[in-house]
Design a protein around this ligand. Structure first.
Ligand SMILES: Cc1cc2nc3c(=O)[nH]c(=O)nc-3n(C[C@H](O)[C@H](O)[C@H](O)COP(=O)(O)OP(=O)(O)OC[C@H]3O[C@@H](n4cnc5c(N)ncnc54)[C@H](O)[C@@H]3O)c2cc1C
Length: 472
């Protein structure tokens, strides 16, 4: 089959009849008609259609499969991947954390290193081949509910279990009971990828598998939609890009053995992210997406500056420069990760994970500042943002007169300011900030792993030699 069209994707998701709950009710009928989901489904459909119309950039060398399933073995292939991620992300202003190429990158990386999974290696290859052939979209989940974050806390027994665990092994497969905390786009994808979640060492918590989102017993409890109304004028971003986030509940879900790629092995669990290249390829996708997002922020910032005629002030120039620097720093780290890419024993060229981890950590600290810069530039202009209906009311004349800019008509200026507001201050915007801070791990523990990974010996030796001293 190969790549799908937007319509094929939407028809398939509608046809799954996944068990999705939102605001106390189970979603009935087509997901693409539901006010909470129609915006994101239509955005994703457009992304799939964009692949069809740009096969050279967004398909693999065979021009049959999505680029993200291609296993890079040369620098040229890695560069092609980078360009494709950016090209695709620019269609959604870099705002979709679960653009399909994100989790596809994890599937690709794990399959390219399949022997690592021992007795389950053929399953891993099969999951990849099916995903590539069907052009599946995935959500994934890798954290447990937040009952306690003590190093070890006792979860319930099989009857009172909270964090998803294996409660039974049968000849058909594993039976999973309990919940996982979060899956962005949970319920809106073909498949759910489950990765081991940490915290527990008991083998019944150590598993990895991929199952269809409509597997019996599987349900998704979604947070409220942030696209409160469908107006692209009022909520230019939320109306299109609110992906949704869901808790994933396993009510004795039978996971067939052929869908399992990891079970009960603590060593494989510990080394999964680094050995397979999963972490590096996920971060490579996200760093490139973040770079695109930063370019959009730069565009919004500069347009706000020009619409307010404040470009001559030095602090304004400094703020816009900060955004530009963030973009260039991300670009530098991405290029450095390509430069230092290493070919693994299966011939896969894996971008350097350390530089990408640095990019992730840099961005999780920098993104809130970028959002802050937009609010500082817009000031009260981000509060006085009449709605589409206001512009259709008897107040239209006074609004159009009062809210005009030197270079922009009032309605156009409000369009721009609403975009800045939706990116930074609306419920959609504040979720974007939390997302960039946390989606790959919390900002406290990331630098701890950078500290242990970064080679410091030669820097230390230089100072010791300069001072002619020795460490005991
Ligand atoms: C918008 C959004 C979308 C997301 N989407 C997904 C998704 O699609 N799939 C998915 O699997 N996950 C997703 N996540 C979850 C994300 O991976 C986690 O938020 C992140 O890993 C942090 O884990 P946590 O939220 O459980 O925070 P916790 O681990 O519960 O941390 C809470 C606080 O306690 C501190 N803390 C906890 N443990 C320690 C410790 N050992 N040492 C020091 N401090 C500690 C943290 O620093 C933090 O301040 C998403 C998160 C967000 C916000």
């Amino acid at each position: 089959m190969g790549t799908v069209t937007g319509k094929e994707y939407v028809d398939r998701i509608n046809g799954l009849k996944n068990q999705i709950w939102i605001d106390g009710e189970r979603v009935q009928g087509d997901l693409s008609d539901h006010p909470a989901f129609r915006g994101i489904l239509s955005t994703k459909a457009a992304l799939y259609d964009f692949v069809q119309s740009n096969p050279n950039q967004l398909m693999d060398a065979s021009q049959k499969y999505n680029f993200s399933f291609e296993i890079p073995r040369t620098h040229e292939q890695l560069i092609k991947r980078r360009e494709a991620i950016r090209f695709w992300a620019s269609q959604s202003a870099g705002l979709l954390g679960r653009s399909p190429d994100y989790v596809n990158s994890a599937i690709m990386a794990m399959a390219s290193y399949a022997p690592f999974f021992g007795e389950y290696s053929d399953n891993m290859k099969q999951i990849y081949e099916e995903a590539r052939e069907q052009d599946y979209s995935f959500t994934h989940t890798f954290i447990n509910p937040q009952i306690s974050r003590k190093f070890y806390w006792p979860d319930g027994d099989d009857e009172t279990v909270i964090a998803a665990k294996v409660v039974k092994e049968t000849p058909e497969g594993l039976v999973i009971r309990g919940a996982r905390m979060l899956a962005t786009q949970g319920g809106l994808t073909d498949q759910l990828l489950v990765l081991p979640a940490g915290s527990f060492t008991d083998s019944s918590y150590l598993f990895g598998f991929s199952i269809p989102s409509n597997t019996p017993g599987l349900s998704f409890v979604c947070r409220p939609s942030y696209a409160e109304n469908a107006s692209t004028f009022d909520q230019p971003l939320a109306s299109r890009f609110d992906e949704g986030d869901a808790m994933v509940v396993f009510d004795d879900v039978l996971v067939p053995w052929k869908r399992v790629f990891l079970y009960g092995d603590s060593e494989i669990t510990s080394n999964l992210k680094t050995d397979t290249g999963l972490e590096a390829f996920l971060l490579y996708q996200s760093a490139n997406r973040q770079l695109v997002k930063t370019e959009w922020i730069l565009g919004i910032a500069q347009l706000m500056v020009e619409s307010l005629s404040v470009a001559e002030y030095q602090h304004i120039q400094e703020k816009v420069s900060e955004v530009a620097m963030a973009k260039e720093i991300m670009n530098g780290l991405i290029l450095a990760s390509e430069e230092a890419a290493i070919k693994n024993e299966y011939g896969v060229l894996v971008p350097n994970g350390l530089q990408l981890k640095m990019a992730f950590h840099y961005y999780q600290k920098t993104y809130p500042r970028l959002a802050e810069i937009l609010t500082l530039l817009g000031a009260s202009g981000l509060i006085c943002i009449p709605t589409e209906k206001d512009f259709e009311s008897p107040n239209e004349a006074v609004l159009s007169h009062t809210l005009q800019g030197e270079r922009l008509a009032a309605k156009d200026k409000i369009k721009l300011n609403r975009m800045a507001w939706d990116l930074t201050m609306s419920s959609f915007g504040s979720r974007q900030t939390l997302y960039e801070r946390l989606f790959f791990g919390d900002p406290v523990r990331t630098p701890v792993s950078i500290y242990s990974m970064y080679p410091k010996e030669s820097a230390k030796e230089k100072v010791l030699s300069f001072l002619s001293i020795d460490l005991e």
